[in-house]
Design a protein around this ligand. Sequence first.
Ligand code: C2E
Ligand code: CA
Ligand code: CA
Ligand code: CA
Length: 275
Amino acid sequence: AKSDGRRTYRFFEAGMDARAKARRGLELELRQAIADGGFELHYQPLLHLEGGTVSCCEALLRWRHPERGMISPADFIPIAEDTGLINDLGHWVLNTACREAVNWPDHVHVAVNVSPIQFKSQTLALNVAAALAASGLAAARLELEITEAVLIRDDEAALDILHQLRELGVRIALDDFGTGYSSLSYLQRFPFDKIKIDRAFIKDLGATGASSTIVQAVVNIAAASDMTTTAEGVETEQQRTMLRLLGCTEMQGYLFSRPVSGAEIRRLLSSDCEK
Ligand code: C2E
Ligand code: CA
Ligand code: CA
Ligand code: CA
């Protein structure tokens, strides 16, 4: 039994070594891609549930790998965060999204995801101000999506950064609400402009009573504090109908559109405006 244990351990070690190597390889490729322009942004529209017009488009990062094709952010963002590369990447995302959004109709906002690491770097407000100035985008058209992770530790510092951003005139959305350590108390501590309700709650809408009760509670709290709500991952007409009944403000999901390229979003927005 003892030797079996040791053999298992050695296999485990070899597995770790391979994984560490793969990770190191990916890190080098990430660095290269930042330098070579290997990244692109795709955009997914958010729609008003009443009226159905597009209010905002969320920028979603894509890595076009020379051999492996499109790589999902879920596979490389964690590595970019561990290595600190997320700061350069986040800076690129912010600037690219602002430059794209100046081409859109004035009423359409652009939403940019901000990693907790980027958030803690202390230069976020400075970078945001620089991206707005360089692109000429009105601050009120930029929405920064942050997750609750930034609020968990170091509350005072986080609130300070949020207030700096608010002073610039940008909007702040709480992303993935309802996952992780999510707590309604965060909503009282900082006045977000928007709450994005995680897909986990939208998926079951209609099927069970529990999700609709939760969505209703979030919508009510948001309305009482002048925040809007966005339902993430809306895929069916039934979900859309439920969300309208519940009084949710916006929807985002495959039902209306997947994330699309910059050229496609411009086409989509120009036809949306003709309606
Ligand atoms: P997220 O911010 O929650 O973005 C929404 C994700 O849900 C996107 O996945 C989007 O493609 C997907 N989605 C939208 N509608 C539907 C739907 O109806 N059904 C389903 N099943 N999925 C839907 P994506 O693009 O793979 O991004 C995954 C995550 O990667 C994002 O989650 C975000 O956390 C992160 N991410 C993406 N771009 C950036 C970025 O520029 N910076 C940072 N820091 N993180 C990013
Ligand atoms: Ca997001
Ligand atoms: Ca989300
Ligand atoms: Ca998410």
